[in-house]
Design a protein around this ligand. Sequence first.
Ligand SMILES: [Cu+2]
Length: 134
Amino acid sequence: MSPRTKISGLLALLAVTGVIVMAFNYYRSTANAPIPPTVAGTNPAKNTQTIELTANFGYTPGLIQARAGQPALLKVKTKDTTDCSVEFRIPALGIVATLPPTGETIFEIPAQPPGSSLQGACQMGMSHFEIDFN
Ligand SMILES: [Cu+2]
C-alpha cells in the first residue's frame, strides 16, 4: 500500500465515522426531542403522594387507587419502550408528553375531589389507564 493510498483510506474511514456519529446524534436528538414538562426529584410539597405507572405496550396497572384531596406525583416508568405508549396523554389535565424510551418522567397532579377519576391514554387512545381518587 502506498502512503497515498493509506492516507485516502484513512480519510474515507474518518468520513464514514463522522457520518455514523452524526446519524447517531441526530437519532438521539429526535428520540429525546420533546422534553417532558417536569423533572424527577422536584417535590416542593411535603404532603404529596406518589403514584407509579409503567408504560410499555400499554399502561400497568390499568387502574390506580389514589387519595383524594392530596396532590400527587405521577411517576411514569419506561424501559426499552418502543410502542405508542410513549405518547402519553391525560387530557383533563392538559398533559401531553413524549416519554423517553427508557427513564422516569414525573407529572404533578393537583389534588382531586373524592369519587373523581382521571383518564389517561396513548395518543391514539388505544391504551388506557385510570386513576381513581377516594
Ligand atoms: Cu397507541
